[in-house]
Every structure is written in C-alpha cells, then in structure tokens.
Ligand binder design. Structure first.
Ligand code: FUB
Length: 344
C-alpha cells in the first residue's frame, strides 16, 4: 500500500473509529457473536487471512495486528486457528515470529501455507534487513500445520532487487502459493505489480523466469486457486481515480500460465478499512471467501488500519465459472448459504 495513502487512511480511520464502540468487544457492525458470525477472532486483531484445508480441518493463518493508538502497523508474528465446522474455531497460537527469520527486520505481513510432499511450507512477506533494503518473501517449513515452523532457506526467497521494475520498496509482498494438476508449484506476489514464478521441487528456490501478470487495478494481496478447468487470480484492487479504499477484484485463466481475463470486482471495501485481503478455500464441498475489515474494537482500541479483524463469507459461482459478488456481513457463515445457479 502507498505510505502517504496509508497515513491519510489512518487519520480518516481514527475519526471513524471515534464514532464506533469505545468499550464493547465489537464495534457497531462487528457481528452478533453467533457461531460463524464475523469477525471470526474477537480477542485479538488479525489480518490477511490464508486458509489451508488438511483432511477434515480448515486451518486459518493470519497476521497479528498489534498497532497501538495511532501506530500504522505493528505486526510481529503470525497466528493460526482451525475449525472443522466453520463455526467454532480453535486457537493454536503463534506459528512464527519475524525474529525467527534472522535476516528479517520487521513486519509479519501477509502469508500463506501450502502442503507438499508431507511437509507444510509457509511463505510470508517481511521487511528485509539493510543488506537487501525493502520487503522480501520468506519461506519456512514444518511437519505439521500448527508448527513449529523454521526458516527453510536461511535467506530470503525473493528480494526487492529481483523485481527491478518496481518503483517502491514494498513491491515484493503478499505471496500466494498454488500447486497445479501436474504437481508444479507456483508463487505469485506483489504490490502495484503482480508477479508469478515457478518454484523448484525443493520449494525454496525460484525455477525459471519471474513473469509480470499485473491485472487491472491490482494493488496487493493476490490469491491463486483453481475450480474445475478455470484458474482464478483474486486480489486487493484500487482504482485510484474513483475509490479511497481497496476492494477485491479477480481475473480468470484457462491455465496457470494465463492468459488472464479481468472479471471485475468481487467485493466492496472492508468496513473502516483501507486494506482488504482475500483467501479462498473449498471445504467439505462448499467454497469460502476470507477477508478482513476494521470493525472490531477490543477494550478502548477501535478498529484501524493496523487493527483489523478476519471475516469469512460463503462463496458461490455462476454456471460460467465467474464468482458471484460477495458482501461482507456481520452474519458471515452463520447465515444460510445463498442459492447458486451451479452445484456450489
Ligand atoms: O497486513 C499488512 C499488509 O496490509 C498486507 O501485506 C497487505 O496485503 C495489506 O493487508
């Protein structure tokens, strides 16, 4: 995100926050607390949701927002939660801290975990130390989805120098990882520019070229998934000429190699939030869209750019494979799944 834009958003959010709940657990619009209602996590601020299905359990990896007062971001660790019914969540605590990557300076930004060859691979955006200024992408590994995860490479997988086109230092953020039907695993990431590359089977090196695939209004937070024959690139979008806050947009392709066709907006903006971030999973035959907003208040801390809350909504498709527009709600998946023209 743009720093200047973020500062402006922080001021705007502070004003908005002063009109929301000052003492309750949830700000107006932050959900009823019914099982499955939003936000999913109510005792901590959480952001950048990344689901992973393992057997009959869905794991949800998030960044821990710890911004105080008018601080913009303060993110030092990643947390994981899990569920078997999308209604009741188990807190497994922190899986890693930024400090566990010895070469990283700060910022536990967006992440995703993928399972491959019996191991769990964690990819995350962090700020690199001064040896490679700017944001970078880290990779860690574990034998279980709840960790412990350890740095798998001892250095960054992707650094700012590897994408010289970018004009700002936070270009290399928000990794999404995806294994195709032929067993190849791909990583996409970016801010303003969106890139994709193949990973080597060892999961800790890029295999071949880095290709730019930036779709219209791309801002950050790409998420790759496949449903049937169609590949989806869903992302946080910002049309600077008309909008103040990010929304979710997406593109589709017949192959992970593209060509990508822009399909428009999937959601509006997250309540009180400049950022929004997609995570998509099929679980027990149904599809879900995870997002975040800033509608949660804890004690006297209201939602803000660095105090967000993860949410989940039903996701359904049209017969042609396009995704039906999604509205971020208080009820979340405590509400009935909307009727669909298709099997899902
Ligand atoms: O949470 C920190 C950053 O804000 C993420 O990396 C972006 O996607 C945005 O949500």
């Amino acid at each position: 995100m743009g720093v200047r834009r973020a500062m402006l958003a922080a001021v705007a959010l502070a004003v908005l926050a002063s009109t929301s709940s000052a003492s309750g657990q949830t700000a107006p619009g932050a959900g009823s607390g019914a099982p499955g209602a939003n936000p999913i996590v109510r005792d901590k601020f959480t952001a950048d949701p990344a689901p992973l299905v393992v057997g009959d359990r869905l794991y949800l990896y998030v960044g821990h927002d710890e911004a105080q007062r008018d601080e913009m971001f303060n993110m030092r660790e990643w947390l994981v939660y899990s569920t078997t019914d999308m209604k009741r969540w188990t807190d497994h605590g922190a899986i890693m801290k930024v400090a566990d990557f010895k070469w990283a300076a700060k910022d536990a930004w967006a992440s995703q975990v993928i399972e491959k060859n019996g191991k769990f691979w964690f990819y995350a955006a962090v700020e690199h130390d001064k040896t490679h200024p700017g944001k970078a992408i880290a990779v860690a590994v574990s034998d279980t989805p709840t960790g412990p995860f350890v740095d798998a490479k001892g250095s960054a997988l992707i650094t700012n120098e590897m994408t010289p086109k970018g004009t700002h230092s936070w270009e290399d953020i928000d990794p999404t990882v995806f294994t195709d039907r032929d067993g190849t695993t791909w990583i996409a990431w970016g801010n303003r520019q969106c890139y994709i590359a193949k990973l080597k089977p060892n999961m800790i090196e890029i295999d071949g070229p880095i290709t730019e695939i930036t779709p219209p209004h791309f801002e950050e937070g790409p998420w790759l998934h496949r449903r049937g024959a169609l590949y989806y690139l869903t992302y946080a979008s910002l049309d600077r000429s008309t909008h103040r806050d990010e929304k979710i947009s997406y593109a589709t392709a017949p192959s992970i190699r593209g060509p990508w066709t822009y399909r428009g907006e999937l959601t509006g903006s997250g309540k009180y939030s400049f950022t929004i971030h997609p995570g998509i999973a099929e679980f027990k035959g149904n599809w879900y869209l995870f997002l975040h907003n800033a509608a949660l208040a804890i004690g006297d801390l209201s939602g803000a750019i660095g105090r967000r809350a993860v949410t989940v909504e039903h996701l359904t498709y049209n017969k042609d494979g396009t995704m039906k527009p999604v509205v971020q709600t208080e009820a979340g998946v405590s509400a009935a799944r909307p009727r669909s023209n298709d099997a899902n």
